[in-house]
Design a protein around this ligand. Sequence first.
Ligand SMILES: [Zn+2]
Length: 271
Amino acid sequence: MPESPEVDALAGFLRAELTGRTIREIEVEEFRAWKTRARPAEEMAGRTITGVRRFGKHLALDTSDAQGSGPSLLISFGRAGWARWNAEDLPEAPTIVRVHFDGDGRLALTDAGDWLSLGVSVTDDPTTEPSVAKLGPDPILPSFTRATLDGIVGGRRKQLKALLQEQESLAGIGNAYSDEILFVARLAPDVHASALDEEERGRLFDAITGVLGEAFAARRDVPIAEQKAAKVAAMRVHGRTGEPCPECGGVVEDVPGSKGNAQWCPACQAG
Ligand SMILES: [Zn+2]
């Protein structure tokens, strides 16, 4: 579920809520989610949160103790991970890791997927972790320009839908926003990146920055428990199989071969 707009909103919430709080204890309910066996959860007890950083769809909770800056807790949300703050457990999204803070604050890291995809690790520098180090440019940053995109798509014999979701190429976009971006760009999901002409690359750039810019702004002040619903409600074509296309009034369809996981308007995106 979470892509960079939702993870960024969560980062903002956690930054405001957790900075200055001290970790009392971390309970790991599902040990497969704890990725650093040599650095157990106990290592984080007694440390104070100094900041929260987002890298693509990952979050780092930075800490320090009396001796100075310390390790970070790196959270990868995977396909269906999320977080709840001071809330009761939900059967549909089991709690995988619980972070207890002094003064009763409780952060639950959850996973609603059919299989576990949430991962947590302890690291001295999140930027050196493979999942973060491999990330391509983040399109929400001002440093992401038309030239950046041209460098990413140029010569790539890869379908656009797959390329948009490839974290090594662009950080933070997943299944839902890639559908939305391609719809706004009027480009078919199976077109190869290398086949785009100048004008189509321009449309793709405008759609990436436009769709993400709009989503970041819209998600920013939504409570974290309502992020999923807000995202679903904002979708133009993703998840709207059989509904009318908001542009042409035609019918939104599943992308062939996507097993119902991706949607498009064949009329608008015929190319
Ligand atoms: Zn349409």
